[in-house]
Design a protein around this ligand. Structure first.
Ligand code: FAD
Length: 387
């Protein structure tokens, strides 16, 4: 069976490694990025303990590699901008091992290394044809504009992310759902004087900062900015240093040292802020009568509130790999993954309550210490069907 993987980000790389030595399967992978191109190279990512559990059980060498490239994510606290503690969790109370925090480029490096030998880089999927046997045959364009036709595949896997070309070609472009929140990302290269280490969140009204230190001495700062309406674009005025500072500094109290430090860094590096909007899109697992499989963001882009985008992409790649190795297909993968993904998507949105219109950041954060939220976190971090 010939399997073609379009996109070696998180899900595509994990699946490719899972299938690399499977008897009877021939794997080829394609990615539009050249070897040395590193998208989002600087910014940080926290990956949940559930992805680490999946890697530990299915790909122990990859587990070791991502642990070596990262710092442990062991703690999650939520403070008000003036320093009042609202929530403080040791992840080991609800998980079997810590998560990780690392740079996106380091995660990609660790996941891509074992599949480099059978990945063709600098080739972007453009169109689909059928070969004489009725198999799907991708048409890819290289960086010089030339077209490549690597032949027909029994199964094509979309690991090409949120704006998946394979999903667009076979099932249409999914309609994104926006939630009225803008997101900023910033890498602080030198965070030697940063007054915290592990994963924290700080609320000033519904505006929220999230930050943690990264390997190599840097820190990652993410901001959540309420927008006037769910579909609203980000107003230019919100992007100024003065507006950013006013968003996160409490008006009638003294900011805690962590918030003061982050606001100072945002002011200094205002030109480096990367902007996006909180969004998700409907789940779709397959197309073309089981000849196309969607994984990761191509199947289910989700809101990043619980750090589950790349985390679920890892789960997807591992469970899909286990199923394909034993001769199963898209239906069986969907049966194991889709209810799990819907739970994670719903819980991620539920956990965003404190940032959404009408949300109460103080009471909403305190409520996360309750049995209901912690029980769902335990399910999130430990219960992976199909492992
Ligand atoms: C602001 C923000 C913060 C986030 N924070 C977190 C977090 O803290 N933790 C977390 O777990 N997740 C987080 N995520 C989500 C996470 O980044 C994604 O969910 C994850 O990268 C999805 O993995 P993937 O393998 O599906 O796709 P990607 O990692 O996006 O990989 C897609 C791959 O496909 C390739 N490709 C694209 N188009 C083509 C084409 N036409 N032909 C060939 N190749 C192609 C790309 O080059 C890339 O290598 C965040 C996302 C955002 C936007």
């Amino acid at each position: 069976m010939r399997i073609g993987i379009i996109g070696t980000g998180v899900a595509g790389s994990v699946l490719a490694e899972m299938l690399a030595d499977a008897p009877g399967l021939a794997i080829e992978a394609f990615d539009r990025l050249q070897e040395d191109a590193a998208a989002e190279a600087g910014t940080g990512l926290n990956v949940g303990p559930n992805a680490l559990k999946a890697l530990r059980l299915a790909l122990p060498m990859r587990h070791a590699a991502v642990r070596a490239a990262s710092l442990p994510w062991r703690r999650w606290f939520i403070d008000a901008a003036w320093g009042e503690r609202l929530f403080d969790l040791d992840l080991l109370d609800v998980a079997e091992e810590p998560g990780i925090r690392l740079r996106w480029s380091e995660l990609y490096r660790a996941l891509r290394a074992p599949v480099a030998a059978f990945t063709r880089r600098g080739l972007a999927l453009e169109a689909l044809e059928e070969d004489p046997a009725g198999r799907l045959a991708p048409v890819l364009r290289d960086t010089e504009g030339a077209l490549h036709r690597p032949g027909g595949f029994d199964l094509l896997v979309a690991g090409d992310g949120r704006y998946s070309r394979l999903r667009a070609l076979t099932a249409g472009v999914p309609a994104p759902r926006f939630h009225g929140i803008a997101l900023t990302r910033l890498l602080v290269p030198d965070a030697a004087d940063c007054p915290y280490d592990d994963y924290g969140q700080w609320f000033n009204g519904r505006a929220r900062l999230l930050s943690y230190r990264l390997p190599g001495g840097g820190a990652y700062i993410a901001g959540s900015v309420p927008l006037p309406a769910p579909e609203a674009e980000v107003p230019e005025a919100v992007k100024s240093a003065a507006h950013q500072a006013a968003l996160y500094l409490p008006r009638d109290r003294v900011a805690c040292p962590a918030v003061a430090w982050m606001v100072d860094r945002i002011r200094r590096q205002i030109a480096d802020l990367h902007w996006a909007r909180l969004q998700d899109s409907p789940l779709l697992r397959g197309a073309c009568d089981g000849r196309v499989l969607f994984l990761g963001d191509a199947a289910h882009a989700m809101v990043p509130t619980l750090g589950q985008g790349a985390t679920q992409a890892i789960e997807d790649g591992i469970v899909a790999g286990l199923v394909l190795r034993r001769g199963g297909g898209v239906t069986e993968i969907g049966a194991l993954r889709d209810a799990r993904v819907e739970f994670v998507r719903a819980f991620s949105l539920e956990a965003s309550d404190t940032m959404l219109p009408g949300g109460d950041p103080v009471e909403g954060s305190r409520a996360k210490t309750g049995a209901d939220f912690l029980g769902k976190l335990r399910r999130l971090y430990t219960d992976i069907p199909g492992l």
